[in-house]
Design a protein around this ligand. Structure first.
Ligand code: ZN
Length: 123
């Protein structure tokens, strides 16, 4: 699919899987609550183990799906372009520079730079 669409769907799926993981974890806890030991009954433990952990796993799963199963379309040759997250790179002189989300084509080697920097503003 086109890179713009791929990127949009990736973000949407990330949010959906995050919420779904959280909801699924919480309802699993509710269903299992009477049989769980006292250690797992605490509010904080429930939030981390049955809320944040499944939510994080959901986001990981979305990342794996959109990196390995669903790829972008290379704007040059139409081949499979694989998503690469934005990151920091060591700059030539001092400090570090930000690299946006890129898509790497496995057929022609073209690297498509997007204008999306989800790692936040650079300090
Ligand atoms: Zn290509």
């Amino acid at each position: 699919m086109p890179i713009r669409l791929h990127l949009g769907l990736l973000f949407l799926t990330n949010i959906l899987f995050l919420l779904a993981g959280f909801m699924l974890g919480m309802s699993t806890h509710e269903a299992l609550a009477p049989d769980l030991p006292a250690v797992l009954q605490g509010k904080f433990v429930r939030f981390i183990l049955f809320g944040m952990l499944p939510a994080a796993l959901g986001v990981l799963l979305a990342g794996v799906i959109f990196r390995f199963l669903i790829t972008g379309l290379c704007p040059k040759c139409g081949g499979r372009a694989v998503y690469n997250a934005s990151r920091y790179e060591k700059a030539a002189f001092a400090g570090r520079s930000k690299v946006p989300i890129t898509y790497h084509c496995h057929q022609c080697g073209h690297v498509h730079r997007t204008n999306v920097f989800p790692t936040g503003p650079q300090l």
